[in-house]
Design a protein around this ligand. Structure first.
Ligand code: RB5
Length: 144
């Protein structure tokens, strides 16, 4: 996890959690790129989602984290980019299995849906969990 490089982004609806997650990444010396938004002013989540998705598929970062009000708009948009497997997670089990089975490369969270401490636990387990491969690789290959 120490060697991971992460891109993180949010719209105004996810801005507060983005800042909390950045604090978490800094505490653990995880390298990150903050693609914005940088204020609470309303902005368009698809622009942020696309920027994070492009950083992931181009290999400039290993994984991405996207936060909006629900996480839904971010996940819909991120999954339009070929090669992105964005998982909207509201619990730690889904977060773990999205990595172990689906090899999710973007985590989406909803600031207006889940509490801050749960969101940070989800980030923690999602970043720590590796892809199991094997039969799950065959299924991910079918997606791709
Ligand atoms: C912004 O009001 C809200 O629509 C956005 O953060 C997100 O929930 C979209 O899916």
């Amino acid at each position: 996890m120490d060697h991971l490089k992460v891109a993180i982004g949010s719209d105004h609806g996810g801005f507060n959690y983005k800042q909390k997650i950045i604090d978490y990444l800094k505490c653990r010396n995880i390298e990150f790129v903050d693609v914005g938004t940088y204020t609470m002013e309303a902005c368009d989540y698809p622009d942020i989602a696309r920027n994070v998705a492009e950083l992931v598929v181009s290999g400039q970062v290993d994984r991405g984290i996207l936060v909006c009000g629900t996480g839904i708009g971010m996940s819909i948009t991120a999954n339009k980019t070929r090669g992105i497997r964005a998982a909207l997670c509201g619990d730690t089990y889904s977060a773990r299995v999205s990595r172990a089975h689906n090899n999710a490369n973007i985590l989406c969270l909803g600031e207006r849906v889940i509490g801050e401490h749960l969101a940070l636990d989800i980030v923690d387990v999602w970043l720590k969990t590796g892809f199991e491969g094997g039969r799950h690789k065959r299924r991910v290959d079918i997606i791709e």
